[in-house]
Structure formats: C-alpha cells, structure tokens
Design a protein around this ligand. Sequence first.
Ligand code: NAD
Ligand code: UGA
Length: 464
Amino acid sequence: MKSISHICCIGAGYVGGPTMSVIAQKCPHITVTVVDINEKRIAAWNDENFDNLPIYEPGLADVVKEARGRNLFFTTEVDAAIDKADMIFISVNTPTKTYGKGKGMAADLKYIELCARQIARVSTTDKIVVEKSTLPVRTAETLTSILHNTGNGVHFEILSNPEFLAEGTAVQDLLNPDRILIGGDNTPEGQEAKDALTSVYANWIDRDRILQTNVWSSELSKLTANAFLAQRVSSINSISELCEETGADVNEVARAIGTDSRVGSKFLKASVGFGGSCFQKDILNLVYIAKSYGLDKVADYWEQVIIMNDHQKKRFAEKMIASMYNTVAGKKIVLFGWAFKKDTNDTRESAAIYVTDYLLDEQAEIVVYDPKVKEEQIYADLDYLNTRSEEENRRLVTVVSSPEEATKDAHAVAVLTEWDEFTTYNWETIYNNMLKPAFLFDGRKILDSSAMKEIGFKHFAIGE
Ligand code: NAD
Ligand code: UGA
C-alpha cells in the first residue's frame, strides 16, 4: 500500500486549518503543509502569539503549538507544496453562486476548478487528490476530467473525504469523530488510494469507524447529513411557534420526543434560526441538484427547511417590534451575541445579521456585544447585505466590549447567541440599568424565564 509522507492542504480556513493541525499532531511522521492565497490568514496561522490564530476554536491553539514548526507548516508557496506532496486535500470555500446559471442556489465551483488546474499544472509526481470541501454530487467527474487530461504522464487518484466537524467543537470532533467517510473508485488504484487515506486516519481513529464507499455516495452523504441536521432544527423551530400559541413549552416537547431512542435528543434546541456557512448553502445546493434532475418534489421538500428558517429569524424580529408597542424607532436595543453559535468567532449567515437588518429597517438604535467577534466583522456583515450605506450602518450600530455597561438606558436586550457567559451575568443589575418597562428577548432560551420575570423584565423566550 502507498504510504503517505507529505500532505498538502489547499485552503487554510475553518476546515483546512483545524483538520490539518490534528492530522499533524497525530501523525508526526507526516509533513503537513497548509497553503492559502490569503497572506493575512497565513501570517495569522504563523503568529507567535497563539491568541492571534485566525480561527477561534477551544483547544486549537494547543494542537497548533505542539505541531507547528515540527511537521505542520503554513505558507503561501502553493506550487512548491503541491509538487512535494503525495496527497493533496482541497479545502477551499464553495459558496453559493452569486451570478449566472444557478445564481442563489448552486455551489460556485470556481475555486475548486482553479485548484484542480493548478495541481495539474505543477505536479511532476503521482498524487492522491482528496475533496475535503463540501461539493455537489458528481464533482469528482470534473476533477477527473481536468486531472486526467494533463498529458504529462502524472497519475491522479481522486477521493472524496467530506468533513463533519462542527465549529466550536472542531478539535473534539476531529479527535473523536462519529465516522470518517472515504469515497473512491472501486478499481485497484482507487482501493489503494482509499486504503492510503484510511491508514492516515487510523493513526488515532478505530478502523471500524472509517467507512469506505464509492465517490458519489460520499459526496451525496455530506449534503444529506447537513440537510438532515438542519431539518431537525427547522422542525423544532416550527413547533416553537406552535408552543408560543398553545402554552406548551418547546424544551419540554423536545425532551419528551428526544427520549424516544428512534428520534434521539441531539439537535432539538429551538433557536432564533440556524446560521453558519454551510446549512443554507448545502441545502440550496441539494435543491438545485434535485431540480436539475427534474425531481421537483424532492427539491420542494428540502426547500421548506430554508423557508422555515427564514421565517423563524423574521418572526423573532417581528415579535420584538410588536412587543415594544410596534415602534422601535430611536430605541436602544442591545444584542448579546453575533456569532452564529457559541464558542466560535464565525458569523457567516448568523441569525443576528438578519434580526439586526429587520430592526434597522424600523430605525432602531442597535448596540452589539459578542465575546469573540470583532467590530470590523460586524460592520462587514451588515455592509455585505447592501441594505443601507456603510455610513448608516456605522451610525445606527455600535459595537461594545463591556456587556453590562451597554445596557445602560436600553429599552431591550435580545440574546441571539447561546454564549455561556450570558447566563452568568447579574441580570438584576442589567434590569436596573435599563429604561422601564425593560424588555428581554431570549432567542436561545438559555435564561431562567421565571427568574427573569421575577426581576421585572417583560420577558419573551423562543418557544414558550
Ligand atoms: P473558509 O472560507 O474558511 O476557507 C477557505 C480558504 O480557501 C480561504 O482561506 C481561501 O483564501 C482559500 N482558497 C480559496 N481558493 C484558493 C486557492 N485557489 N488556493 C489557495 N487557497 C485558496 O472555508 P471553510 O469554512 O474552511 O470551508 C471550506 C469547505 O469545507 C467548504 O466547502 C465548506 O462547505 C466545507 N465545510 C465547512 C465546515 C465548517 O464548519 N466551516 C465544516 C465542514 C465542511
Ligand atoms: C454543521 C454540522 O453540524 C457539521 O456536522 C458540518 O460539518 C458543518 O455544519 C458543515 O458542513 O459546515 P456547524 O454549522 O459548525 O456544523 O454548527 P452546528 O452545531 O451544526 O450549528 C449550526 C446552526 O444550527 C447554529 O446556528 C446553531 O445555533 C443552530 N442549532 C443547532 C440550533 O438552532 N439548534 C440545535 O439544536 C442545533
């Protein structure tokens, strides 16, 4: 079997960075080089101060500290790293297309194709190319077509090895995954490549948790996994609205159904709506693929997950506005949390962005506090919406670093991310700081409702 001594990973983002750091930590005999065209990102990965790594993930700094400079390297020298490697992971971004055919739905594969062309151009020795990015089913066909037509005699074997880590728990997920999925051709060369990648993971993961499939099953399983997970959140969120009308409590309902082992208890937490870079993009991609095969009923079925999620974000903002006597113009509203979930500084598709947009439409004055998200990121997220000018965003939204101080003379506080620290605040002091009646909207249902009501808040929690 082919043994792997040099790995190159193209893309030093939320997946490439942590995944390669763990591979390097667990496989000291393999040299792992992570490359990116983003110089600032690579510089941050190489920063002497481990607090400045470009990604915040619990436990990640320790892993990088152990391996960086030993067998883990971050560089912008893409060509050299590609040529030296016997295995290349492609871990670049695959956003939703913003132009042309499939705009707003299909995955934009231009970064993937660029990688394939670059690998084809610079390789002088045989390589295993691994799709780590989440890709539409049958993308490997495109890679094969580019890589098998170089005419330079170099042989490429293509594998699909989707990543299932969740942000905020990435290191734990990588160290102890439910499964590793490896898809490849059922030819002798394909089998050899699958076994070579299996042996990399087998350095710390039991072999019975490493699944081998054909390429198409592997590619489609990743989209399906995200669709099923997002569907659970939309399902419980749909029930949260019904709870609010009927006097049922969504946490109690979630517990009652989750104790059925066929349903399971995870991923049933009602929220202001799911965010993150992938759920929406991957479902839209699934919907687009189904439509492209003429499977309209399949497409409609999955599209409902997104429709429900958009509804949840909007109805939360509308609930805030309606509760505050249908007018929030000039009112100071403090948002606790901007990240799309706790324990990450990632804000992509965060519900907070959309809730803020609705509130700004009503001319509210917004103050944001998030323990890990930087001010420039919050403004960048709002500017990206293109709803109003950059000047307006900066005039109407203030970002603060002291949460309790921010609530002085506020009309309302809304909890939009489930950061643990929010439950430790002195909510009595916060209440005393605020204008009365003091409104509290808990979009994550993390605060004790009866305690909040006892303090005096006009309190609303999702699904209650
Ligand atoms: P990201 O945007 O954080 O990182 C991608 C990186 O690739 C960027 O730094 C970009 O500069 C770099 N890049 C793009 N084109 C390049 C090129 N030609 N050469 C060198 N570098 C290039 O993205 P991410 O969150 O790491 O996601 C990457 C892929 O993994 C996506 O397909 C995503 O769907 C999938 N995924 C993401 C997660 C997650 O939690 N974020 C989890 C599982 C799977
Ligand atoms: C998700 C999947 O969990 C990963 O397996 C997958 O690899 C990844 O997408 C990906 O492909 O990018 P991630 O988006 O990082 O991971 O985080 P999740 O924990 O799945 O949360 C996604 C969103 O759903 C967050 O906004 C979270 O707050 C929300 N959520 C999650 C709920 O509202 N309720 C829940 O019960 C669970």
